[in-house]
Every structure is written in C-alpha cells, then in structure tokens.
Design a binder for this molecule. Structure first.
Ligand code: XMP
Length: 193
C-alpha cells in the first residue's frame, strides 16, 4: 500500500490535533443546548473522522448514518450522488450536525442537506474534515472545516479509491498512474507489458 502513495498531504498528528480543535469549536457552538445533538454522518468516507470527532465531544448525542453513492467502481470521476440508505434518529426539532469527510463539488452535501431540511430540524450545520475551496460551490457552506486542500484526489483516514486505502492513517495523494490505469485499462495493460 505504501508504494501506491505519492506524497502525504496531512499527517496523522496534524489530523489528530485539528480534530480536537474542531470538537472544541462544536462543543462551544452547542454549549447552551442540553438536549444535545443529532449527528448525521455520510458513509463510508466519514467513518474514521466521525469516530475520532465524537470521542472528543462531551455532550449528549444520537448518531444517524446515510449512505450516498458517488464513485461506482475504480474511478475518481463522480457520476452524480444518489442516496442509497438512511438510518437516522428523529430529526424534527433537533439540532443536527452533518459530518462528512470532504466538501469537493458539494453534490453529496446538497443532496443530504435537502433531505434533512425536509424533516424540519431546529438547526442544520455541517462539519467536514476537508474542503477543496477551488471547487466548493457558493450555495453549500461548511460551518466547521478541518483543512482546506488543493484540488487533488486524496485517500486515507476514511477516504478511498475504489474502496481501498481507507485504513491509511494519513491523508495522502496516490501515484497518478494508478488513476490512469483505472481510466484507461487498455493503456495500462500496454504500459505493464
Ligand atoms: P462532492 O463532490 O459531492 O464529494 O462534494 C463528496 C464525496 O465525494 C468523495 N470525494 C472524494 N473521495 N478523495 C476521495 O477519496 C477525494 O479527493 C474526494 N473528493 C470527493 C467523498 O466520498 C465525499 O464524501
């Protein structure tokens, strides 16, 4: 796996420090809400971020999960998000915080926020670990952001490429020829020959 990584963009230590800071900001935001939060997280990229973040949040919370399909198969080109599963507690009248791995083009969050808004939460905010400011659309804003990153496809700390690399502890950029192989299997086969 290590041989597939071109460079580390954000180290595990930087992530750990920033996740604690984000948790402090979130705790501060909701400090006068004794009934706590409903956190809705988006599978599967956010699972590791979610697990770390909530363990730094000393408050009442319920957790909901939604599954959105973006990248079917070995590709870095999104095909348009589809909501494929929802597992969530009562949203109506509750403070809801959506936790996701990355705000890229915003299609995923636009879909999830629209669905949640229909359920009439008292408030609806967004926390993302990563944001690509060069691509993030004006209509989707994140209230809590871990890191702004350049427009490169990243893996690790929950983020995948064709469902691999989620367990890599740092956030990293893959060697570009791996993507090229997925985009053009015949060329890749020729390259390997
Ligand atoms: P959008 O474009 O809808 O993207 O904001 C959000 C979802 O797409 C996935 N995504 C990525 N996954 N590396 C990944 O591993 C990336 O650089 C990347 N950009 C977007 C991710 O699932 C995210 O929730």
């Amino acid at each position: 796996m290590q041989g597939d990584i071109q460079r580390v963009l954000i180290t595990r230590r930087q992530i750990a420090r920033r996740v604690r800071q984000l948790a402090d900001q979130i705790a501060q935001q909701y400090r006068h809400r004794p009934e706590g939060l409903v956190i809705v997280s988006i599978l599967s990229g956010a699972i590791i971020f979610l697990a770390d973040l909530i363990r730094h949040l000393p408050m009442r919370m319920k957790i909901g999960l939604v599954a959105v399909s973006n990248y079917p198969g070995p590709t870095t080109a999104p095909r348009g998000p589809r909501l494929v599963r929802q597992l969530q507690p009562e949203i109506r009248g509750r403070d809801v915080l959506v936790v996701d791995d990355i705000l890229d083009t915003g299609g995923t969050l636009r879909l999830v926020l629209a669905e949640l808004q229909k359920l009439q939460p008292a408030s609806l905010r967004v926390c993302v670990l990563l944001r690509k400011p060069s691509k993030a659309p004006a209509d989707i804003t994140a209230d809590f952001v871990g890191f702004d990153i350049e427009d490169v496809f990243v893996v690790g700390y929950g983020l995948d490429y064709d469902d691999h690399y989620r367990n890599w502890p740092d956030i990293a950029v893959l060697r570009p020829e791996l993507y090229a192989a997925a985009r053009n299997p015949r060329a890749a086969a020729t390259d390997r020959a």
